[in-house]
Design a protein around this ligand. Structure first.
Ligand SMILES: [Mg+2]
Length: 317
């Protein structure tokens, strides 16, 4: 970073500090002070590491900052909670332009504003590459967090929005070809995901028994739900809603869609949640399968049943 660390820290504090109802003492002290709230607290953290999770060649600093916040907020959404506050630990290479760091913080603040959480502090260190660790504190009504472990045989499996667009977008962003409108939409899914906070609350209110956000692909994340509950699943591939430019392999193994997968008690709950999601957010909810006692399988487009494998979906490409 070109400027002295202290100058950058002061600039960062100017970007961060904004009064918020939950914040008793914001950035700039040894620790932030937050009012405790009345619900159960949720705490989650995620790291984005340059050339592992992103490349500065195809994501802007502002997009990266917003994505770092949304990725962590998505985990709060998947518990049916509301995000309250975030801290960020940044490692930046010495040669990085200070303006890039400020745009990163600007993107973080923008995303925090959209989700109504306060960015209350952070830490800055020199590092060999850009590393962004965002920790988010959230809140949920006492006893109402939706865990992964609640899925039961007979539950319907549903997903918000569509899947695979992010993986398709990454593939297109890495390529050199000109993009059509669908391609640009796919790239946007990858660069600018938005955590489904309000959607998670609606699914919980309609009785979601388990929930997870799709960070590693439907096959892996659905397997996690099954493992947590000791149950099986039958997934109908033809019903999986595909994002722009996406193929079924992108949905199953791509990841980074940050949609919510939930298990619902019955068709009535699915219909009620679908109606409210459409009305409130214009977001579709699609039933894609059922929880069963044991065995994880997919029904392919030809009606053939085969094992759901958490990885290795190339043969569907
Ligand atoms: Mg998650």
């Amino acid at each position: 970073v070109n400027e002295s660390e202290e100058a950058l820290l002061q600039a960062i504090r100017r970007v961060l500090s904004e009064p918020s109802p939950n914040v008793v003492l914001g950035p700039g002290d040894d620790a932030a002070v937050l009012s405790a709230g009345s619900g159960d607290l949720l705490l989650t953290t995620d790291a984005l590491v340059e050339d592992v999770h992103f490349s500065r060649r195809w994501i802007t600093a502002r997009e990266l900052g917003a994505k770092a916040i949304n990725v962590s907020v998505s985990d709060i959404a998947a518990m049916a909670g509301s995000p309250r506050a975030a801290v960020c630990a940044l490692a930046l290479p010495a040669e990085l332009d200070a303006a890039w760091a400020m745009q990163l913080l600007g993107g973080m603040r923008e995303a925090c504003g959209e989700h109504g959480l306060a960015l209350v502090g952070g830490n800055l260190a020199a590092g060999p590459c850009v590393q962004i660790v965002v920790t988010v504190l959230g809140e949920v009504a006492p006893g109402r967090a939706v865990p992964r472990s609640g899925a039961r045989a007979g539950n319907r499996v549903v997903v918000t929005g569509d899947l695979g667009g992010s993986a398709a977008g990454l593939r297109l962003a890495r390529g050199s070809g000109a993009l059509d409108a669908e391609g640009r939409e796919a790239v946007a899914r990858h660069l600018r995901p938005r955590a489904r906070v309000g959607e998670g609350a609606i699914l919980a209110r309609h009785g979601a028994t388990a929930m997870i956000d799709v960070s590693d692909g439907l096959a892996v994340d659905l397997t996690r739900v099954c493992d947590a509950a000791g149950v099986g699943v039958r997934l109908r591939l033809a019903d999986v809603p595909l994002g722009p430019a996406a193929e079924i392999a992108d949905a199953l193994a791509g990841g980074e869609d940050y949609e919510l997968v939930a298990t619902m008690p019955d068709d009535g709950a699915v219909d009620a949640a679908r109606a409210e999601l459409r009305e409130t957010f214009g977001v579709p909810l699609t039933a894609i399968g059922e929880i069963v006692d044991e065995g994880r399988s997919v029904i392919d487009a030809a009606g053939l049943e085969r094992p759901l494998e958490p990885a290795g979906w190339d043969h569907f490409a």
